[in-house]
Design a protein around this ligand. Sequence first.
Ligand SMILES: [Zn+2]
Length: 365
Amino acid sequence: MAEMRVLHHFEGGVVQPFEVGEGEITFDLRGENGILCVMLENAPDELFVKILTSARNRKMLLGQGLIASADERYRDQRPFPMQEEDGDAMAGVVAGMGNRFYLSTRYLYGVKRLAALCRRVVGPDIKMRWLRKMGRTVPVFEVGTDDGKKTVHYFIAGEDAWETTGSITADGMLRLIASHGTPICEMLDSMVIRVVPLLSPYSACLANPSYTTLDGKAVWATATWADDVPPPEISLVCEEIVKTVQEKRLGLMLNIHSWQGQNPNSMLEAIKTASNGAELDKPRAEWAAMALHTLIRDVPKGRAELAGKTWHPGVARDYMLGKHNAITFRLEVTTVGQGRDNFYETARALLTNMAKVADWSPVCG
Ligand SMILES: [Zn+2]
């Protein structure tokens, strides 16, 4: 049989140093960027995979496993468990995927899936538009017709590069809406929903674990909401959301992240206090706690918390409360013990629960 080959996966293409042996392969992920995303060709039916990695990634891989997919559209992607070996090593066996498949430390979601989503959902109920600035664009799916008065809800995923599970969840929301599979479809006359499954198609699946600026520098975009000059993608959605707040019609603004396998729960959070000291009064804090409790119902592995402050200034919910007195939310989807079905189930629960919150006016104070 021909020797196994490691190819750039054109959409991710994070090829780490590797060594091929008889029926096995070793990847070294101990460099700055611990992400692996390759395509294997001529792989054996049972492939022994060894990964050299940092302590942080080890926890993630133990909880989540290695993700393999033999399908061009990633519809069959699933995790293969990894065990700890001596030293920096972890190991597992990938079997039953055929001889040609993607192998990744993340669930796969990129520009290709975004294009497939577009083909599937855009129609009478869901329109597509693009925000543009400085040579970059943000694809926005728009549900419902905006009359300038309706409540507007935002679901934004991909705010951190490679947190692909958040994108799969946002993708699932649009598929559900397009198939009229959620009660929210009966309420679209009274609201507008804007979904951004991949906030930065330019940065989502590159070799860099975070965003790149226009001049190619890596930047932790998530914490740039308060910056004078955030990356264009952040600034575009920020401007739009701030306008909605000024019009006093912001509903649920949810940033969907994924901490992968670093935590066994999917955690929904809002904050009471911004880093500049701005604080929710008692009625709004009580409303936020109620909204969290309602939204998290039936979310697989879901937990919710009204936290004190954010752990880092400049993230969306800190900036929106501190500068614009608006309550916004963040979800970290876990990949421990769950795959696409549950990410879609998360999407379903969020949409169903959103419909149960009768009054969104406390968001804007
Ligand atoms: Zn994140």
